[in-house]
Design a protein around this ligand. Structure first.
Ligand code: ADP
Ligand code: MG
Length: 716
């Protein structure tokens, strides 16, 4: 019996059961052993049937007879029924949806049954756990000692139609009794296990599936959580060590020039902006390539940090030359944003002899043009690429068109990826690898994520937070509205519109497994809602729509109109990130708020916090639940997105943070994300490890495990 054996080799399974197991991700015996319980049922008190009362949770022993299978009275649900007899009385047992039980437990078998006695009928039980045993424990029925032998915690596993928790328990016990837990080589060095008081892999596998006491399963889960984070960290730290080895362009600090550049802006940098710039310039002044993540709420001024640091790079000559410029590439996820940032960079760099290019799949531009020193002009892609290649264009702004093979730079030294969560890891890496020499990389994101998650997913990057908003911003006023007070929100929106301002209305998320269908449904709801608002609520205003079914040109057109205030209200989906600066938009209404994570809601309302006017957010929740109300209240008081992300993590767990997105971290691994100490310990150990054995040649197994663990990790 090998852990790599396919599961069918050792268990007699029907095709639908094989399919159900596959759905649970279980193909091999190892997979089965790594299918951990979702929870443990408290043991019931051991009783004799005659002693039971309605509603009791009990453990009973007896013989089983009169198996019957059939269908439920109303519907088509299969049921299995049997009688349990312990000599004092009989109990009627019924199972729904588990007809195979009748085949697994023979007539007259001696069994243990754990479950809740019916509340109406004290001699019946529905869906109890059942297990064949070879003897009745000695103390059974002797109330004096009851409880002593009662430390039995029944694991409950994630199930799938056709494979019940009960079947998994039985199968896992079979593997454990064959000593399979001992087949695994522990990837965690024993020194580390001892240091953190973690059980070995063999012990942990037994404890997680068959805990004798509560603390066994807790210790086992802790161990697996540590293991997962440790392996991920190891993979990330290895990547980091690799980057650190590469030499990069050294960019000397020119404090006076940088200061002069900053002074041209109509505002003073925030403390957070200044310290981010300092950290980046410090990185530049060494010979190593920088790898940094800049996290800051929408409107925290990330572009300023990008521009000032790009200035430091592009005003440098290439090594050993006294002419020419080092180059900067600035990648953004959408065409609209590319144009906007191109314009911004022109206003920042226009006074300097630094040309700026714009590259998108729909056209190219260059600033300045041949005829005007103050204007940009359309040029052919071939011409733009030629100038980028010979170094005449030091700053190139663009969409993922920048990654294409035919885009070649002469002296690319700095890559900035804006809204980096919109790109895949491979896309980011492709841009960073444009050169023989490693480039400095600045990734920017407005996705607020808790510290533990950032340290794990971005363990290979240095982290900088922009946790401060520019001075003069009035904090957004957020109000929770229910359907009864919806008109109140509409009136509030109208007050803004009357002042000449604009509004966003976000339609609810629609959960639909098929993404094409989902997009169609959302498009429909956006269109209908816009029509309804025009007819019933805002007939006097122009209303536009934005959803992902629209063609890029249509979307662009709508955005342009909204920018020019030709549209007063924009009804949009949450899927579309507008990401464009429309300071005149001062109010946003979010429908179906309970379907979003707090961090997501915060990002949505971020669309209106770019203005110096007072801004408003109306959060619509139909839910009457106290928890979801309390959760939404945090939105009213929180200072920034990080705070909300931490809040969501504590309240709902990491799995719920950004909807139901999967990142390739298991549920047990997710548990670790609630524990900063554990994440930090795993990180410290991984860093120490890489220091001692940078190539992993003394720890091949561990290396392999880390590689496998990080291979399908993704967070975008
Ligand atoms: P984001 O972090 O979302 O990319 P932006 O860089 O687009 O934010 O900045 C939002 C707005 O705030 C811009 O109009 C920008 O000019 C302005 N801004 C940036 N930094 C400051 C500051 N320190 N003081 C005042 N306004 C600022
Ligand atoms: Mg931005």
């Amino acid at each position: 019996m090998l852990s790599t054996d396919p599961i069918e080799k050792h268990f007699r399974l029907k095709p639908f059961q094989v399919a159900a197991l596959k759905k649970l991700g279980i193909l091999t015996l190892r997979d089965l052993l790594y299918h951990f319980p979702a929870r443990y049922e408290e043991p019931g008190i051991q009783k004799q049937i005659s002693e039971t009362a309605a509603g009791d949770r009990v453990t009973l022993y007896g013989t089983i007879r009169n198996w019957k299978t059939g269908k439920t009275f109303h519907g088509r649900m299969p049921v299995a029924k049997a009688i349990l007899d312990d000599g004092t009385k009989t109990m009627r047992l019924t199972w729904f949806n588990q007809p195979y039980l009748a085949k697994m437990v023979a007539e007259n078998a001696l069994v243990r049954v754990v479950g809740k006695v019916g509340t109406k009928d004290a001699f019946s039980m529905a869906n109890p756990e059942i297990e064949v045993v070879d003897h009745v424990p000695l103390d059974h029925g002797v109330t004096l000692f009851a409880g002593e032998n009662n430390e039995h915690h029944m694991p409950v596993y994630p199930e799938s139609r056709g494979i019940s928790s009960r079947w998994i328990l039985y199968a896992v016990h079979k593997l454990l009794s064959h000593g399979m837990a001992l087949q695994f080589v522990d990837p965690i060095p024993s020194r580390i296990l001892k240091k953190y008081n973690l059980p070995t892999i063999g012990t942990a596998l037994v404890w997680i599936h068959a805990p004798k006491q509560n603390k066994d399963s807790i210790a086992a889960r802790k161990r697996f959580a540590f293991e997962e984070i440790f392996l991920i960290q190891l993979g990330k730290q290895r990547d980091r060590a690799h980057i650190d080895q590469l030499s990069s362009f050294r960019i000397s600090k020119k404090e006076e020039e940088t200061k002069a550049f900053m002074q041209r802006f109509p505002f003073k940098p925030t403390k957070a902006q200044q310290s981010s710039i300092d950290a980046i310039l410090e990185d530049f002044s060494t010979t190593h390539a920088m790898s940094r993540l800049l996290e800051g709420d929408v409107g925290s001024g990330k572009t300023f940090v990008a521009a000032v640091t790009a200035h430091a790079v592009t005003t440098m000559h290439p090594q050993e030359k006294d002419f020419g410029n080092l180059q900067t590439a600035y990648m953004v996820p959408t065409e609209i944003l590319a144009k906007q940032q191109f314009e911004s960079f022109i206003s920042y760099f226009g006074h300097l002899p630094i040309a700026i290019g714009l590259l998108t799949s729909h056209g190219c531009k260059k600033f300045p043009s041949k005829i005007s020193a103050t204007e940009a002009t359309d040029i052919s892609k071939a011409q733009l690429l030629a100038w980028v290649k010979n170094g005449e264009i030091p700053i190139l702004v663009g969409t993922h068109a920048l990654i294409q093979k035919n885009v070649k730079f002469k002296n690319l030294a700095y890559v900035i990826v804006d809204e980096q969560h919109r790109f895949g890891t491979a896309q980011r890496a492709a841009l960073a690898r444009k050169n023989d020499t490693a480039v400095h990389l600045l990734s920017m994101t407005a996705t607020p994520i808790p510290r533990t998650l950032a340290l794990t997913m971005y363990g290979d990057l240095d982290l900088t937070l922009l946790d401060e908003m520019p001075h003069g911003r009035k904090p957004i006023i957020t109000k929770i509205v229910t359907s009864d007070t919806r008109t109140y929100a509409y009136e509030a929106i109208r007050r803004e519109l009357v002042l000449g301002r604009q509004a966003y209305i976000i339609c609810p998320r629609i959960d639909e497994p098929d993404p094409t269908k989902e997009m169609a449904l959302i498009a429909k709801s956006v269109t209908e809602e816009a029509a309804r608002l025009k007819k019933e609520v805002f007939p006097e205003y122009e209303i536009g729509i934005l959803h992902s079914k629209m063609k890029p040109a249509e979307r662009e057109d709508t955005m342009q109109k909204f920018c020019k205030n030709e549209l007063h209200i924009l009804v949009a989906t949450s899927v579309i990130e507008v990401g464009v600066n429309v300071p005149n938009a001062t109010v946003i209404m979010i429908e179906g708020a309970e379907r979003f994570g707090l961090a997501q809601l915060h990002q949505l309302r971020g669309r209106v916090i770019r203005s110096n006017h007072q801004t408003y957010c109306y959060v619509l929740s139909e839910s009457k639940g106290v928890i979801s109300k309390g959760r939404l209240k945090a939105l009213v008081t929180a200072k920034n997105g990080f705070e909300l992300a931490e809040h969501d993590l504590r309240l709902r767990g990491a799995g719920e943070l950004y909807g139901k997105r999967q990142w390739g971290i298991t549920d047990v691994g997710m548990e670790a994300l609630k524990n900063l100490k554990m994440v930090e310990a795993a990180r410290t150990e991984a860093i120490a490890f890489i220091k001692n054995d940078p190539t992993g040649k003394n720890h091949q197994k561990l290396w392999q495990a880390a590689k496998e663990r990080t291979a399908n990790l993704h967070f975008e």
